[in-house]
Design a protein around this ligand. Structure first.
Ligand code: SF4
Length: 361
């Protein structure tokens, strides 16, 4: 399978590890931003293979983890009290709200459905003209185009019973928030390749320059990640801070212009609350006012704002790379994938789930 098996080649991986060992002379802390990269790093045992000088920490790039608690509560309320057909991706259904998850709401009789695409939700709205259909649209820049297209399709089809509960977040402001934290220890970034596939790489030049930090756009396979780490370490050792693209086979500098156009038609940039982290200015997408009819936040006036987080969960520190999952007192005890106290133990991109499943603790 071209472009996949060669990026899992053990000999190639070994040669990059050797090169990293030869290059590194001091301790460096590098953050992989994306939860998909975290899972690949932990699953493939890369943490144990890297030299001791390199500490990998995990970033805020798990969309399910950073969806605010009050929005989950709102989705549960819509499903239970407003009789809507509430749809989302599977992971989102299991994340605990302040009282229950969407899956628990479904068990109590609410019409909650797992879909693989927001376009399926538009189809559902066509087939159920007497019901309101709401798609819980979470994610980074990667899922925004499909969610935007669902709104455009619904508009073209003249549907009045379809809307999205949008909780989109953006990667570059999150990287800046991590760097601006007083406790920050990050010296280099692996930037998320799939986000750059959509948005291009221009947003990262000013971050590298302003914070004087190397940023390497990286893929998801073991060889991608090791090559990205090597490129970052080379820059760190040479005291450089540049943007480099390891994932050139997929990421074009300008990104996917058609996808960007769909995003711009439907969304505008706004301040956004991140679960566990707080509000980051200009870090999310909200539905444009002219498309308010498709914005579940505006369509259903539900007065749910802030809810209490589980006091023992340190997800915010995990998402900012300040703590490893096994440093949480609840890890593997009260908090497991079947009894999650926080979203990072639920999501397929959550750092706590990665450590739990692949036993890096
Ligand atoms: S192990 Fe559980 S309680 Fe601890 S930070 Fe992770 S999700 Fe939160």
């Amino acid at each position: 399978m071209k472009f996949l098996t060669e990026y899992r080649d053990p000999e190639l991986a070994q040669s990059y590890l050797e090169e990293i060992r030869k290059t590194v002379t001091r301790s460096w802390t590098i953050m992989e931003v994306c939860g998909g990269q975290t899972h690949s790093i932990v699953k493939n045992g890369l943490l144990g293979l890297l030299p001791d000088e390199i500490t990998m920490v995990h970033g805020p790039g798990c969309p399910v983890c950073v969806t605010p608690l009050h929005l989950i509560d709102k989705a549960v309320y819509l499903a239970e009290e407003k009789n809507v057909i509430l749809c989302s991706f599977g992971d989102m259904l299991r994340v605990p709200g302040s009282e229950r998850s969407l899956l628990q709401a479904k068990a109590k009789g609410a019409d909650v459905r797992i879909l693989y695409s927001p376009l399926e939700a538009v189809k559902l709205a066509k087939e159920n003209p007497d019901r309101e259909v709401v798609f819980f649209a979470v994610g980074f820049e990667t899922t925004a185009p499909a969610n935007a297209l669902s709104v455009l399709h619904a508009q073209r089809a003249g549907l009045t019973n379809y809307s999205i509960l949008a909780s989109h977040v953006l990667v570059p402001p999150a990287m800046e928030a991590v760097l601006a934290d007083d406790e920050n220890v990050i010296q280099g970034f692996l930037a998320a390749g799939h986000v750059c596939t959509i948005m291009g790489i221009d947003a990262y030049y000013p971050i590298a320059e302003k914070y004087q930090i190397p940023i390497v756009v990286t893929g998801f396979e073991p060889v991608d990640l090791l090559q990205g780490i090597l490129m970052t370490v080379r820059q760190l050792e040479r005291n450089q801070y540049e943007l480099e693209n390891q994932y050139k086979r997929v990421v074009r500098p300008e990104g996917n212009l058609a996808a960007q156009k769909a995003i711009e038609q439907v969304f505008q940039i706004a301040d956004r609350e991140w679960r566990g982290i707080g509000t980051i200015p200009q870090s999310g997408y909200e539905v444009r006012p002219e498309l308010a009819a498709f914005d579940a936040n505006k369509k259903f006036s539900v007065n749910i704002h802030h809810a209490q987080e589980c006091a023992a969960c340190i997800a915010g520190q995990v998402l900012k790379g300040l703590k490893k999952p096994f440093e949480c007192s609840q890890f593997g005890k009260a908090c497991t994938p079947s009894t999650p106290l926080g979203a990072p133990m639920v999501s397929s991109e959550g750092a706590c789930a990665a450590y739990f499943h692949y036993q890096e603790a």
